[in-house]
Design a protein around this ligand. Structure first.
Ligand code: VAH
Length: 317
């Protein structure tokens, strides 16, 4: 049985549905800080859970007799930069609470890190799996600390912790909230709605991105990988492409020729983006557990535009 925290977030809302397909609906217990009327809540077990309440995680984990914890509850980079202490309390408090339950119940454990775990003095191009990590954002501090804490619980207590450093994730199901890479999702929604988008990230600001189906596949593959083959654990670099707003706009124009991209740069999120790598190297993930991204910019753009067109038609009825 699998417990998912942050199940209504950008990753959680799709990971829960995919895991329910694979492992059975009743075997995936979705939790989040509030309940909304959506397929995650309707299609299987759901519990209200604030991950800063240590005892509650343990109670739910024991009630459902879970053997795996997928810890996704967190504040993303831009929100964390606005509320750094709140971010520390949720991102680190929630993580250590979840790890303690994993240790007590000897469950497998997954939590995502991010390209945000790298900082301004990390090599920016083809950033290696093992390199300097001195991020300059609270989110990055949380991610590096989280990686070290998860490795510690593996080394010290034998908890089977595993993680990936996600790039920006692009999806059409649940829009992301509070991230720096969210422009790469908004641009598709706006392309369908207005054939135009004003980006808060500047041109020539390259960041790694990945389509959500590839992200979900990577999580499942890592969790099912043979642990004797893993030389790393927290956390593996994974990526599918390195793009800037212009590259995405150019691809969109192959389908919406008059798509217009303009800029109104947000200094806070631009500074976060510039502190992150331009592109990371995913060789370790490929070698140790066969990571492979199926979608590139062209195929992701086709799928995103098609799915969003359907979504907008359904909405307009
Ligand atoms: C964010 N989408 O922007 C998240 C992610 C690499 C980006 O960590 O904060």
């Amino acid at each position: 049985k699998i417990l998912v925290t942050g199940a209504l977030g950008q990753i959680g809302s799709e990971l829960v549905m995919k895991m329910r397909e694979i492992y059975g609906s009743t075997n995936v217990i979705a939790t989040d800080i509030r309940e909304t009327d959506c397929e995650v809540v309707q299609s299987g077990p759901f519990e209200i859970l604030d991950v800063t309440e240590a005892k509650k995680i343990g109670d739910i984990a024991k009630k459902h007799n879970v053997d795996t914890i997928m810890h996704l509850a967190a504040l993303l980079s831009a929100t964390a930069e606005k509320n750094p202490l709140l971010a520390w309390n949720i991102n680190m408090g929630g993580l250590v609470n979840a790890l303690e339950v994993a240790k007590e119940l000897n469950t497998q454990f997954f939590t995502p890190s991010s390209i945000g775990a790298f900082g301004p003095n990390t090599p920016k191009d083809s950033t290696p799996q093992d390199t300097i990590q001195r991020p300059s954002t609270m989110y990055g501090v949380n991610k590096v600390s989280g990686e070290l804490l998860c490795d510690y619980y593996y080394q010290k207590f034998g908890v089977d912790t595993r993680g990936v450093r996600f790039p920006g994730l692009i999806s059409y199901v649940t829009p992301p909230g509070g991230g720096t890479t969210d422009y790469a999702v908004e641009i598709y929604y706006e392309a369908i709605k207005n054939s135009a988008y004003t980006s808060y990230i500047d041109k020539n600001t390259f960041m790694d991105m990945m389509y959500m189906p590839d992200a979900l596949q990577a999580i499942i593959q890592l969790m099912e990988a043979d642990s004797t083959k893993l030389k790393h654990r927290n956390a593996f670099n994974v990526t599918a492409m390195s793009v800037d707003p212009e590259a995405i706009a150019q691809e969109i124009r192959k389908h919406i020729p008059d798509f217009a991209l303009s800029y109104d740069v947000d200094p806070v999120r631009q500074a976060i983006a510039e502190s992150w790598p331009n592109s990371i190297d995913a060789q370790a993930a490929k070698e140790e557990w066969g990571f492979k991204a199926e979608f590139d910019l062209a195929s992701m753009t086709v799928d995103m535009l098609n799915k969003l067109k359907v979504k907008s038609e359904v909405k307009t009825g």
